[in-house]
Design a protein around this ligand. Structure first.
Ligand code: P6P
Length: 346
């Protein structure tokens, strides 16, 4: 049996790969690991204590907030505040970003974006949920508080990205841009232990993942591609928790789609703390992540914290196939001049 390598040990080992690393990012990743253990403890007993159910509130993007969402949000914020390495936080649960005062004049270099508990509508029915996080180097001067520009960065500028999935086991998957590794929480010792080294996504998979209930609301090119997946007898798997669907896609291969709909004309999923960190991970594992117009997710320059996007993410061979359908079936956006469409495609 190979020697146990804990998350802390691995992060420190990898820090040696960056001779000029000064340890702040290492500290930040370890603090996120601590927060994940705290959240995991509550998720695992959510049915026993009164933190199930709806918190009679809505979050910044209008989603109904579960009590465990708020618990996870608070714990992540507390851990990051105490780290001294983070000068700002943007969370799905908060309208604006949170500026963190420096500790003992330490000049924190990083900001963190996260969805504290993605898929939380599944909590009450005991279906996997997860935490998604991304870490950026601040762009604003380190002599003052963080600014909006620190958060509105492209996903390609992420310094680190990852997620924790609270499922049959609790697994933390992250990348700092040199491959993807997974760590499974061993409750007997309270440590995340290296369990999936250098994860690579298969070029294709037998699964496609989309909310079939919206099929008739998708654009024609998406419907034709979904028909194609069905004709190939691929298996439809959709959990309603992006982090869980992408985790399966990463390990088994396949494609996860959330196209734009009439209700969400720009797509439903949030760029900063859902699409970008998961796209960073999947690209690092050899996969692809694009909008349903085939623009690379990590190239999008966000203009607001809770900006949404359509997304297709997963095996490279399947994303390339989807591109063929978009090129063949997508309708050109009608050209509109002076507010009156003259019917000429753009
Ligand atoms: P729908 C969860 O609320 C979430 O943000 C993602 O985790 C998930 O993939 C998606 O929304 C599910 O949305 O519209 O299919 O219920």
């Amino acid at each position: 049996m190979s020697r146990i390598v804990t998350l802390d040990e691995f992060i420190i080992q990898r820090q040696k790969d960056f001779p000029y690393a000064s340890g702040e990012l290492t500290g930040l990743l370890r603090d996120i690991g601590v927060a994940a253990k705290i959240v995991n403890r509550e998720v695992n007993k959510a049915g026993l204590v009164s933190i199930l159910g709806v918190a009679n509130a809505e979050n910044a993007t209008g989603d109904e907030v579960q009590k465990l969402d708020l618990y996870a949000n608070d714990k992540l914020i507390d851990c990051l505040k105490n780290s001294g390495e983070c000068c700002g936080i943007a969370s799905e649960e908060n309208e604006g970003f949170i500026s963190i005062p420096s500790i003992e004049s330490k000049k924190a270099k990083y900001v963190v974006v996260f969805d504290p508990l993605d898929g939380s509508s599944n909590i009450d029915v005991n279906v996997s949920v997860g935490t998604i996080f991304g870490i950026y180097r601040r762009k604003s001067k380190d002599t003052g508080p963080c600014e909006m520009e620190d958060f509105l960065q492209k996903g390609s500028e992420l310094v680190a990205g990852g997620y924790v999935i609270y499922g049959t086991s609790t697994i933390l998957v992250y990348s700092t841009g040199s491959g993807v590794n997974g760590f499974t929480l061993d409750p007997s010792i309270g440590e995340f232990c290296l369990s999936h080294r250098d994860i690579k996504i298969p070029d294709r998979g037998n699964y496609y993942s989309v909310n079939q209930g919206y099929y008739l609301k998708f654009d024609v090119e998406m419907r034709r591609y979904i028909d194609y997946c069905s004709d190939l007898n691929l298996r439809l798997r959709y959990i309603g928790s992006m982090v869980s669907d992408v985790h399966r896609t990463l390990f088994k291969g396949g494609i996860f789609l959330y196209p734009n709909t009439r209700k969400f004309p720009k797509g439903k999923l949030r760029i900063l703390y859902e699409c970008n960190p998961l796209s960073f991970i999947v690209e690092q594992a050899g996969g692809k992540a694009v909008t349903c117009d085939m623009d690379r997710i990590l190239d999008i320059k966000p203009t607001e914290l809770h900006q949404r996007s359509s997304i297709a993410i997963g095996s490279p061979g399947m994303i390339d196939e989807m591109r063929d359908f978009v090129q063949k079936y997508s309708m050109p956006t009608p050209y509109v001049e002076n507010g009156a469409s003259n019917g000429t495609p753009a």
